[in-house]
Design a protein around this ligand. Structure first.
Ligand code: CA
Length: 421
């Protein structure tokens, strides 16, 4: 007996704090995918759309599902990279891609970045992908606990993406599927806002997948909706025929396609703000990808306090410089003692990224305390996406090393100079 796709659903939402949706998805059995673009205005949404567009191309019938997924991801990578080389507005753009092809009795997975694939089976939710992210690497190395990783200011920094380099390493694997399994593909706007245990409860309590998708998106928004939220869900069951899979004859035309086309009001709003962007939107909605009309990003995400896009870093005062050097030296001791941490957070600095993956200068310590108390505040957004840097350099810079104000400001200035060249 083979498996068929009994039901599938998708939902994408801009969230509560962003002005554009840089996520895209593909929902056409037996292929499902989620892509989460990054790189700032008029770049992230282009990259994610290009990634899902690649699934329209004819797949190589002689290749295995894993090989097909790798070929598609690498082809998309190359195209995104090419565009980024010739168009300065798209420089450094990138996207995650997590995609599956459902076979007779198994699911082939292709994965780059920190979008996720989960399986809900008999009331248990299991994550099947590992994030290609800095914090997940730190967790594997024992440098962070999973709990610290969840709250870490650099949790959105990914170590692999489509677009930033001319080739990409695609992780592929295959998992056996069983009658009744529900699979969830999602962007980090869901998994970063809703705990796995809450997602499990939602999936267990909503039989109809459109209802489950809606409840998942609502939960992410209820928790703050800091990022774009995308969920793609499908359920497999035994087809009862003893024959092979029949993806062409299942519910192919139920909800794939243009159900997520932007509303008239959204189009009008976007046209007012950016008429050219509408005209050049490369993604026809009928292919099953969802990309909202592009509008200029009005302000940075406000997940972190006091974004300040306009100010240039001021020259630190002499007193400030002396204070900062001392503070870096004693910060570990102060952490142990517990006292005076708040004052120290005013005199140490580090580089991280904001919610959009743009390198950002923070004052304080790269930690959050319980009850939502941050030990850092955002001081300057550089305009340089982390993905624009070579991986080694990116890692070095974002290693949440505590720096004096002068060092941190000099470093972020040098990034700006490098990007401008
Ligand atoms: Ca995201």
């Amino acid at each position: 007996m083979a498996l068929r796709i009994a039901e599938h659903a998708h939902l994408t939402d801009v969230g509560r704090q962003r002005h554009t949706n840089e996520d895209a998805y593909y929902d056409r059995p037996p292929v499902f995918a989620v892509a989460d673009g990054m790189g700032g205005a008029q770049a992230g949404e282009v990259a994610s759309a290009m990634a899902v567009e690649e699934f329209i191309a004819q797949r190589d019938p002689d290749a295995s599902p894993e090989e097909q997924l790798e070929q598609i991801a690498r082809a998309a990578n190359r195209k995104i990279w090419d565009v980024a080389q010739v168009d300065s507005r798209r420089a450094g753009m990138g996207t995650t891609l997590t995609a599956v092809i459902v076979g007779d009795r198994e699911i082939a997975v292709g994965h780059v970045g920190d979008s996720r694939l989960y399986r809900h089976r008999k009331g248990e939710l299991e994550r099947l992908t590992r994030d290609h992210s800095l914090v997940e690497e730190f967790v594997r190395q024992g440098r962070l606990t999973p709990e610290q990783a969840e709250k870490h200011p650099q949790r959105s920094v990914i170590t692999r993406a489509l677009g930033p380099e001319s080739d990409v390493e695609v992780e592929t694997f295959t998992v056996p599927a069983r009658d009744g399994d529900v699979y969830l593909l999602c962007s980090d706007g869901l998994s970063g806002m809703v705990r796995d245990s809450s997602m499990q409860k939602i999936l267990a309590s909503h039989d109809a997948l459109p209802d489950a998708a809606k409840a998942l998106v609502e939960a992410a928004n209820d928790n703050g909706g800091r990022d774009n939220i995308t969920a793609v869900l499908f359920r497999v069951e035994d087809d009862g025929t003893g024959n092979g899979p029949s993806p062409e004859t299942d519910s192919y035309d139920t909800i794939a396609g243009d159900v997520m086309a932007p509303s008239t009001e959204e189009i009008r709003r976007a046209e007012r703000e950016s008429p050219a962007a509408i005209a050049e939107d490369p993604v026809p909605t009928a292919i099953g990808s969802a990309v909202r009309p592009r509008a200029p990003r009005a302000s940075p995400p406000s997940a972190l306090p006091s974004p300040d896009l306009s100010s240039r870093p001021r020259r630190p005062s002499r007193r400030g410089r002396l204070l900062a050097r001392g503070a870096v030296a004693v910060v570990a001791l102060a952490l142990i003692l517990g006292g005076g941490v708040y004052i120290l957070t005013k005199s140490v600095w580090f580089l991280g990224t904001n919610n959009q993956g743009v390198i950002t200068l923070y004052r304080g310590l790269p930690y959050e305390l319980p009850l939502g108390v941050n030990l850092y505040e955002q001081r300057l957004v550089s305009g340089v996406p982390a993905l624009a840097l070579a991986p080694d350099r990116r890692k070095r810079i974002l290693d949440h090393q505590l720096r004096s104000k002068k060092d941190a400001v000099d470093l972020i200035r040098s990034l700006g100079a490098a990007a401008a060249r």
